[in-house]
Design a protein around this ligand. Structure first.
Ligand SMILES: [Cu+2]
Length: 175
């Protein structure tokens, strides 16, 4: 009896081993396809339309992250930027905006001034440090701004909600 049991256990072991090896092949093939489809939509976040306007689709969520860390445009080009907050949290807890800073403005210095300007949506009143900025959004909200690309150079953009700039930042590269 013991021998029969041992034999059954052995056979079951071999059969299951054989099966799992066979199953591994199609799983690998599926993974490759998923990666390909994921990459495609990312490129469409910056689109130049028929009128030559650069449409920028900036997306944020309840995570402190911009979908775009780099936007490349040409000097004098018209930019239409739409910011969307796909999260659920209130703007007092997880507010997001986009603020494009002039050259020579240190992001940490601007961010600490902005953090003290809660009454003004975290934009220092009368500031001369910004090129353009959106209003502060909460979860589920969206807003659009239009501005003209400045002279060639590299410009920082951040979210000016307190402490967000460390993670929510990027570069506007004007060619
Ligand atoms: Cu933010």
């Amino acid at each position: 009896m013991k021998h029969i049991l041992t034999a059954i256990v052995c056979i079951t072991f071999f059969v299951s081993c054989g099966k799992s090896k066979e199953e591994k092949v199609p799983v690998k093939a599926k993974k490759t396809t998923v990666i390909k489809t994921k990459k495609a939509p990312k490129k469409e976040m910056v689109v130049v339309d028929a009128d030559g306007i650069v449409n920028v689709n900036m997306i944020t969520s309840d995570r402190m992250k911009f979908n775009l860390r780099k936007i490349t445009v040409k000097a004098g080009q018209k930019i239409k930027l739409t910011l969307t907050h796909t999260g659920k949290l209130d703007k007092r807890v997880m507010g997001h905006n986009v603020v494009f800073l002039k050259q020579g403005v240190k992001t940490s210095v601007f961010a600490s001034k902005a953090a003290a300007a809660k009454e003004n949506d975290y934009i220092p009143e009368g500031t001369s440090a910004v090129i353009a900025y959106t209003k502060m959004l909460g979860g589920g909200e969206t807003t659009t701004i239009a501005f003209t690309a400045p002279a060639a150079g590299t410009y920082d953009y951040i979210c000016s909600f307190p402490a967000h700039y460390a993670m929510m930042k990027g570069k506007l590269i004007v060619e």
